[in-house]
Design a protein around this ligand. Structure first.
Ligand SMILES: [Zn+2]
Length: 315
């Protein structure tokens, strides 16, 4: 068994999105209740949550955008002006906690207190680019975490694997010319946010470090495992990351209301094991996973549990 950390904060439930919105507060309790029910809470190491500071958010976002989010929440706007993202009174605090939880997990993984960690956070992050929130995302939690690992722990090469059914356009944008971050994504195509073609491969120092595997509706274990094995693993062998991050969106699970992929709970377990094995090979097993999408409450709960079991190697 591995030491797996868990970080969350019930205050992220105060990011209200309105009745009937799929990115709802109950997502957090669905995950946490299932982990508790299965006895997994007891084997996970609690990591204390915290809010990210403005300087930390600015590792991945423009200051003017951070000011815009702050102002629009304070003005009680119903929706972020940059994209389809509902905001309400506590949304800024929740977004700062979402990113901060990922930073707290990075700290614990690099200190060696845990081998890996899962961040049960909302709002999700991977659609937010440096100057634009959209797709239910305010700040890009995983992008902030990648830059923080570089700044604080000298992680020069960070790999991000994104298995959410939607393309992580924000993460791709932020690191498109970076050179220090490998971004890999499997996603439904054509589908929101309409980016993520295989021809988008990075530019400048980032050339070749964006790897997209767009897949048709209905894709499942065969296609997605194949992409991870044959497109991601060889890239990781060249890149040799110091840290591996997972944009863990469970809307790629079968029967999700916002996607049409067909992964099962055990497929998420197998994808996790594949990534852990790669992380063992290149970076001492250091893996931090952050929740992105997943909109069937029961599917989100069972897939998250399978993911956590695999992270902790409770098989
Ligand atoms: Zn998604």
């Amino acid at each position: 068994m591995l030491k797996t950390g868990l970080v969350t904060d019930p205050a992220m439930r105060l990011h209200h999105t309105g009745a009937g919105h799929p990115e709802q507060p109950a997502r957090l309790s669905a995950v946490m209740d299932r982990l508790e029910l299965l006895g997994l809470r007891d084997v996970l190491i609690d990591i204390s949550p915290r809010k990210a500071t403005e300087d930390e958010i600015a590792l991945a976002h423009e200051r003017s955008y951070i000011s815009l989010v702050t102002a629009e929440v304070r003005q009680h706007r119903a929706e972020l002006s940059t994209g389809d993202t509902i905001i309400s009174e506590h949304s800024l605090d929740a977004a700062l906690l979402g990113a901060g939880c990922a930073l707290a997990a990075i700290d614990q993984v690099f200190s060696g207190a845990v081998n890996n960690a899962f961040c049960v956070v909302r709002p999700p992050g991977h659609h937010a680019s440096a100057a634009r929130g959209m797709g239910f995302c305010l700040f890009n939690n995983i992008a902030v975490a990648a830059r923080y690992a570089r700044t604080k722990f000298g992680a020069e090469r960070v790999a991000i694997a994104d298995w959410d059914v939607h393309h992580g356009n924000g993460t791709q944008d932020i690191f498109y010319e970076d050179g220090g971050v490998l971004f890999f994504s499997t996603h439904q195509s054509p589908w929101y946010p309409w980016t993520g073609a295989a021809t988008e491969t990075g530019e400048g120092r980032g050339a070749g470090l964006t790897v997209n595997r767009p897949l048709r509706a209905g894709a499942g274990r065969a296609e997605i495992m194949d992409a991870f094995r044959h497109a991601l693993l060889p890239k990781l062998a060249d890149f040799r990351p110091d840290l591996l991050l997972i944009s863990a969106g469970f809307d790629s699970r079968m029967n999700d209301p916002l996607g049409q992929f067909a992964l099962s709970d055990s497929d998420f377990g197998d994808l996790t094991l594949l990534l852990l094995e790669a992380a063992d090979r290149y970076c001492g097993g250091r893996v931090v996973s952050t929740l992105e999408g997943g909109y069937s409450l029961s599917g989100l709960a069972s897939a998250s549990a399978a993911h956590v079991r695999a992270l902790a190697q409770i098989l």
